[in-house]
Design a protein around this ligand. Structure first.
Ligand code: ATP
Ligand code: MG
Length: 392
């Protein structure tokens, strides 16, 4: 069966000269996210119409609820602009609402875009309201505080729809460029990735793997997290970096209290090399000011200066509780809190430096004889692709 959905956009509508670019990207993203099923998306006067055939409503709802740029969507029916045809669709919808227990008071809300029609919006609402009232027993019109509303839009056709579903807002993924998310197995970094995808960044995720010190389970957990954020990111590549040799070199070369800081700096440098290769323009981490020793102002100042790309830290001003709330909403919390340590925990010193002096720490970092270890780590990347939507 063919189904039609009407999609409303938010922030994109405010764009002026660039609006078309944003619209085109959103259209591409919807099609890409529904790729296993096939779809047709058309844009007419700022409204998006999605047509699908034999796709379960739950699937469409899941995809549109995770496609940034959408503020609301409605399962819609269309017909010719005759009152009789519109009335028929409105009656069906009204019966469905009553059967679903949504209540008995209603109103019709009409938008008449086609100005050549004989009645004004108010006239159409009154006529259609009358038809529904006559046909469905026990209903009452309440224009102030109705239990439910039936919307009628009169454009090149008539569109009739009821309840809308809230979309995720934000900007279409890809409109802000490409960035690299440093994805560890914790709570914070998946949330950071979600927040930056929401602002239109297309993401690659990098994970620094330290076998045999970190387990395959820890690696699998990061893959699971990439899979969880993939729908919001229009699909995501996870790039697994073999980090053991670099980490061991750091541990052999510097005072124990500085190992975490230097490991962070090395991760940033490798991430920057990978980003440059992939034509990306920024790095993203899940750091929050003061959360742990490596996230004090002084520590961030040091790791920040190990790269030239901008580093986005969307969680910088958030409390753990606020981050956990978002993590739960994403459906990532259960996975993030599985007890498989990543390299940070394994190699964490007992008394990590919290206020590193930049000059001294930088000198220490530069004295580490990495040889070609950073290059080798970059070249040894293993790639895993997670699509936005998996076919059942
Ligand atoms: P998270 O909850 O995101 O794992 P965390 O609380 O463990 O973070 P840190 O260990 O200080 O905090 O890591 C800070 C940030 O550095 C992470 O949010 C992530 O962006 C990056 N990071 C840390 N370890 C790794 C890793 N093994 N691979 C990729 N990125 C990492
Ligand atoms: Mg953290």
């Amino acid at each position: 069966m063919k189904d039609l959905y009407l999609i409303k956009i938010g922030e994109i509508a405010l764009k002026k000269g660039n609006k078309k670019i944003f619209e085109r990207q959103l259209k591409d993203n919807i099609k890409k996210n529904l790729k296993p099923y096939g779809s047709l998306v058309t844009i007419r006067s700022g409204r998006f119409y999605l047509e699908v055939e034999d796709v379960p409503e739950e699937v469409v709802t899941k995809v549109l609820s995770t496609t940034f740029g959408i503020v609301a969507f409605y399962k819609t029916h269309s017909c010719n602009k005759e009152l009789e045809a519109i009335g028929k669709l409105a009656i069906e919808l009204a019966k469905l609402n009553v059967a679903s227990g949504y209540g008995n008071t209603f109103k019709i809300e009409t938008r008449r875009i086609d100005k050549s029609l004989p009645l004004d919006s108010y006239g159409y609402s009154a006529e259609i309201g009358g038809i529904v009232f006559e046909a469905v027993e026990g209903l009452k019109v309440d224009v102030r505080n109705p239990d439910w509303i039936i919307h009628v839009e009169l454009r090149e056709k008539a569109y009739v729809f009821g309840y809308g579903v809230k979309g995720p807002g934000g900007l279409p993924v890809g409109t802000a460029g490409r960035g690299t998310l440093l994805l560890s197995g914790g709570i914070d970094s998946p949330v950071a990735g979600y927040l930056m995808a929401k602002r239109g960044l297309r993401l690659d995720a990098v994970y620094f793997h330290t076998p045999p010190y970190t387990s395959n389970e820890a690696h699998d957990k990061v893959k699971d997290l990439a899979k969880i954020i993939a729908p919001w990111c229009c699909g995501i590549n996870l790039l697994s970096v073999p980090f053991t040799d670099v980490q061991v070199k750091i541990n052999q070369s510097v005072e124990a209290d500085y190992t975490t800081l230097h490991a962070r700096a090395a991760m940033m440098k490798i991430s920057q090399m990978i980003t440059n290769e992939r034509s990306g323009g920024c790095l993203i981490t899940g750091e929050a000011l003061g959360q742990v020793a490596s996230q004090t102002m002084e520590s961030i100042a040091f790791t920040n200066r190990s790269v030239t790309l901008p580093v986005f830290r969307p969680l910088v001003g958030m409390d753990k509780e606020e981050i956990i709330l978002l993590s739960r909403r994403l459906g990532a919390f259960e996975t993030s809190t599985q007890p498989f340590d990543d390299c940070c925990a394994m190699f964490a010193p007992e008394h990590p430096e919290t206020k590193p002096d930049f000059e001294k720490t930088n000198e220490m970092f530069n004295s580490i004889d990495f040889g070609d270890l950073l290059d080798k780590a970059t070249k040894g990347v293993e790639r895993f692709w997670f699509p936005a939507t998996q076919e059942n």
